[in-house]
Design a protein around this ligand. Sequence first.
Ligand SMILES: Nc1ncnc2c1ncn2[C@@H]1O[C@H](COP(=O)(O)OP(=O)(O)OP(=O)(O)O)[C@@H](O)[C@H]1O
Ligand SMILES: [Mg+2]
Length: 228
Amino acid sequence: MKYHLEFDIDFRRNPYKGKYIVIEGIDGSGKSTQVERVKKELETKGKTVLQTSEPNTHDAIGKLIREVLAGKEEVTAVAIQYLFSANRATTHKEIIIPALTRGDYVISHRCFWSAVAYGMVDRADVLRVKPQDEQGNQILIAQSILSMYHQFIVPDYTFYLDVSVETAMKRIEGMGKAREIYEKREKLEGISKGYEWLLEKFPEEFNKVDAEGTAEAVTKNILTVISD
Ligand SMILES: Nc1ncnc2c1ncn2[C@@H]1O[C@H](COP(=O)(O)OP(=O)(O)OP(=O)(O)O)[C@@H](O)[C@H]1O
Ligand SMILES: [Mg+2]
């Protein structure tokens, strides 16, 4: 028996005075680098900037997620998405919304968009389908994830750092740190496809930035969009 469901998604917009900026992209695309650089530039212009990330280790859930990512704790692929969601709920309530209410800038390393791209790979594993092979499955998986996330406010600016999996792998290797569970080539390829799907479906929500160039060049492109 097959059931047919269809629904429209309307995101919650930022109703506060402050601006909510998010840097997205696959592992090793340069998000942390850009969060730091953009924060500094905005502060130079006299803005008050709050820096955050997903996961955020301000609570026990965020700390648990870090352990799972490092391979020290194990939970199922679906469970980790719920953990991220719970951590996101507390981060929004306790950190992001108070800052936006004060009229500050918030710059975040990832937001719920990551959960869609990463969750698509995880769910595909669970369902044993290749999300990139079949549009129908891809949509089904994405919808099931998004239905959990429409409660969060969507950023004013989401920058997608566009790099090849090759470049990202090289940068991760160059960092010489222990690999997290997602930092394998096949995973990165799946996640990259997940982001491509998001950019195609939600073109108005993303600013795609060529992130193959120098960190300076990437920052410049981001700041041009913000100052417009
Ligand atoms: N534009 C760039 N050109 C060359 N190297 C870069 C660039 N941006 C970042 N790097 C380097 O690549 C590595 C990964 O960058 P970074 O930690 O910012 O990535 P990330 O997207 O935050 O990764 P993760 O998803 O693991 O948090 C770092 O060593 C960083 O110095
Ligand atoms: Mg980072």
